[in-house]
Design a protein around this ligand. Structure first.
Ligand SMILES: [Zn+2]
Ligand SMILES: [Zn+2]
Length: 186
């Protein structure tokens, strides 16, 4: 699945400070170059759900007029299950492709292209990596696919066993109600 488009026409300077995700391209020869980069999620100013390392496998393909970057990103997040509200760890994998185009004049193009010039020394991946990780968080967060959720009556986590309430089946529509109950009981 392709992530929603991010407008990559932007300033070369990352908003993030002290990025570990910088590649020096000033003396890069033409051809394929591989990098393994990593940083702590805190350096990417991700939210508190992320506290693991972020690993990148980067491939740069340089020609005279452009550098094509392909990167695979791996990290872990701690999320709250939508059904039972327990926290679970989930691996987040995402990837993106970005073209760095050597141009003296900026022109208007959408999509994953960033303008650089012959004097560009560094490319910093941090801000892009941050955005792609956030886009990779699943919309539906479940601790496991068959999570039984909370009893809508007593709020018990039904993954830990049944309760004495009389319910025929947990209807997904109960989720919102059971969350309310659970929050009240907190
Ligand atoms: Zn759950
Ligand atoms: Zn119950």
């Amino acid at each position: 699945m392709k992530p929603p488009s991010i407008n990559h026409i932007k300033k070369e300077n990352s908003k993030l400070k002290n990025s570990d995700l910088i590649i020096n391209i000033s003396k890069l020869s033409e051809g394929i170059h591989n990098y393994h980069l990593n940083t702590k999620s805190i350096n990417l100013e991700l939210d508190e759900r992320f506290n693991d390392n972020v690993d990148l496998n980067v491939v740069l393909d340089k020609t005279a007029s452009q550098i094509l970057l392909k990167t695979e990103i791996d990290t872990n997040g701690n999320f709250e299950c939508d059904r039972c509200l327990t926290t679970f760890s989930q691996h987040i994998h995402t990837s993106y492709t970005l073209m760095y185009l050597y141009q003296t004049q900026e022109f208007d193009i959408e999509n994953e292209i960033q303008i650089i010039n012959k004097d560009t020394v560094y490319i910093d991946l941090a801000e892009d990596v941050r955005q792609y990780i956030l886009l990779a968080i699943p919309i539906k967060l479940l601790c496991k696919e068959d999570c039984k959720g909370l009893c809508p009556i007593c709020g018990k986590n039904l993954n830990e066993g049944r309760c004495d309430c009389i319910i025929d089946a947990i209807d997904p529509r109960w989720e919102a109600l059971s969350k309310l109950i659970r929050n009240k009981n907190k």
